[in-house]
Structure formats: C-alpha cells, structure tokens
Write a protein that binds this ligand. Structure first.
Ligand code: ASN
Length: 323
C-alpha cells in the first residue's frame, strides 16, 4: 500500500513540476522582467544622480528587523553564533549612517519573511526584494519629496524605454502619468471614512499614488512626541487596488526613546544589546528612510493580477515549492 501512496504523491509532484515549467515559459514573463529591469536601472540612475551611495545587501546577521506582524524567525548557526536571515536591513541602515562620511545610502535588498498564507492575498511574497534607503538628518517631508521624484523619474523612463513591452502585454500607460506631490492622508481619517478595510478601499478608489501616514508598528519608527500615540511613519499606496508599495519612517535614535519603545513592544533587549550600546553612546544619528518593494512596483506598472505573476520561481505563501 505504501508504494501506491508514494506513487500518488509523486504523481502530484510531477504535475507541479509541469506547472512550474509552464510558469517559467509564460510568454509574458520576459516582457515583465524587462520592465522590472528598467525599474531597477532607472532607480539606480536616480539614486546615482542624487548622490545616494549603494551598499551591497547582507543576507544573514545577528539582528534583523523585529517586524510587528506574525513572521516566523528564520535562524541559522555559524561557528557557534546565531544569525537571522534578513527581514530588512533597517538596523544596518542606521548603523551604517553612524559614519561621519556617509549621509545617504541605499541597498537593493533581498528579504525573507515567513508569513502565513492569507485568503485572497495578491501581494505578499515570503521572499522579495526591496530598494531600501536611509538619509541622515532627513524628515518625512524629505523622504516624500525624494520618493515622489523617484517614482516620476522611473515611470517616465519606462514609458519611454518599454513602449514595446506595454504594447505586447496589451496594457496602457496612463496609470504611469503621476502628478506630484502625492496627496497625504492619515490612517485615522481614512479609517473614519471607510472603516477597517480603509487601505484597500482607498486604493481602489484612487487613480494616483498617495501617502498614508501614522501607523502603530515597530519600535524604530518615531513616535510624534507632540502628539503621543501617533507616529511619523508612512506607506506609499499604489492606486487601482494595488495597495501598499513602500513603507518607511523617521526613526527613534535616542537611547531613552529606543528603550521606551522596545519595552512597550516587548523587544528582546539582550539580542539588541550592541545596537542599544551604540544608541547609549549617541552614535545612532537622526535619520529617515523607506523601502519600496521591487516586485510590487513591477506588478503595479505591468498591471498584473497577482504579485506572483511577476516572479520566475514562486514564493507565494501556501504553495509547494519545487525550486
Ligand atoms: N524598509 C523599511 C523601512 O525603511 C522597513 C521594512 O521593510 N520593514 O522602514
């Protein structure tokens, strides 16, 4: 009996193998990937012109993003030391800017976030890449202006460079005609207007990207001390129902503030002792930054139904992964 079960399992797997090969061979895929390449190329060019220094990503580190939602830890051991697989390089961005010789940095950063599958989810990958940047001395207004400029630069570039790709994909480019500055809303005002699903509803109604300000989340996003309980952080929301495409914030950087926020959120202080030590010595500078998801931008630009439509190897929660 057991062999039959195994055979059935194997049959199922071979079907999946077939599906995986079909996914790789979709005729739209090279066009989508070409657009994605143009997005990265234009983003790099914009960063270069603005004097933002690119640093290489790291994939494992003793500390990584604490994230406020349910994400399994992904640890490994090397020579007796514990490492985490990078969820984001937020702390490395802050630490890097302790150098008096660097003011603006970015990383094209692969992140792994082992999240559970959610019904109807079209925008999560548990492995993805974000363009993650951080500026010394910056405020949220500086980040808004920078990111709006980047979106405009990238979209104008791809409209020009990828006209053939859009024709082949059978999609227009009017969603790329953005008007800056983008509108700004607070989570409270949209929640009051649309209820709990405010993000999705507002995104579906919108025809332009917009900023969504004030989210209660990780300890490193700065609380507004003039309005305790509100936060100087933000998401960029893609319109037409594509929802969140970037998140960022001004940062907590003072020792007492970091400790207060860590304690409030129950962060393991021992794991962060060296980061805390830097804060105590006043070495963590005042910064603000953000990271935008490359696949999410590609999905929006190419108007694809699912985030997985822009990937070669599936990393969609809840699938069976062969490669
Ligand atoms: N990159 C984000 C930021 O800069 C952090 C994240 O990805 N969780 O705030």
């Amino acid at each position: 009996m057991k062999t039959y079960v195994l055979k059935d399992e194997r049959k199922k797997e071979l079907k999946l193998l077939d599906k995986a090969l079909q996914k790789i061979s979709r005729k739209e895929l090279p066009h989508i990937l070409h657009v994605q390449q143009a997005i990265l190329r234009a983003s790099d060019e914009y960063m270069y012109k603005k004097g933002v220094t690119r640093i290489m990503p790291i994939m494992i580190a003793p500390i990584t993003d604490t994230l406020n939602h349910d994400v399994e830890d992904c640890e490994l051991k090397y020579e007796g030391q514990k490492f985490n697989i990078t969820k984001s390089m937020i702390f490395h961005k802050q630490i890097m800017l302790s150098s008096p010789y660097l003011d603006k940095i970015y990383i094209v950063s692969p992140n792994v976030r082992l999240e559970q599958e959610e019904e109807g989810d079209k925008r999560h990958l548990f492995e993805f890449t974000q363009v993650d940047f951080e500026f010394k001395g910056a405020s949220m207004d500086d980040v808004f202006e920078f990111q709006e400029g980047l979106v405009k630069y990238v979209f104008d570039y791809i409209k020009k460079e990828c006209a053939d790709e859009f024709k082949t994909l059978g999609i227009g480019t009017s969603h790329l005609d953005v008007t800056i500055p983008f509108k700004r809303y607070t989570t409270q005002e949209l929640k009051a207007k649309y209820g709990d699903d405010f993000e999705e509803i507002a995104s579906k109604k919108a025809t332009q990207p917009f900023w969504l300000i004030n989210h209660k989340r990780e300890f490193y996003d700065a609380e507004d001390l003039e309005k305790p309980g509100t936060y100087r952080n933000y998401d960029l929301i893609w319109p037409y129902g594509y929802i969140e495409g970037l998140s960022g914030g001004e940062r907590e950087y003072k020792y007492d503030r970091i400790l207060t926020r860590m304690r409030e959120l129950g962060v393991d202080e021992n794991a962060f002792r060296n980061y805390i030590e830097l804060a105590k010595e006043g070495k963590i500078p005042k910064t603000a930054g953000a990271g935008f998801g490359v696949e999410r931008m590609t999905r929006f630009v190419c108007q694809q139904k699912e985030i997985d439509d822009v990937t070669v190897f599936t990393r969609k929660p809840g699938e069976t992964y062969l490669f």
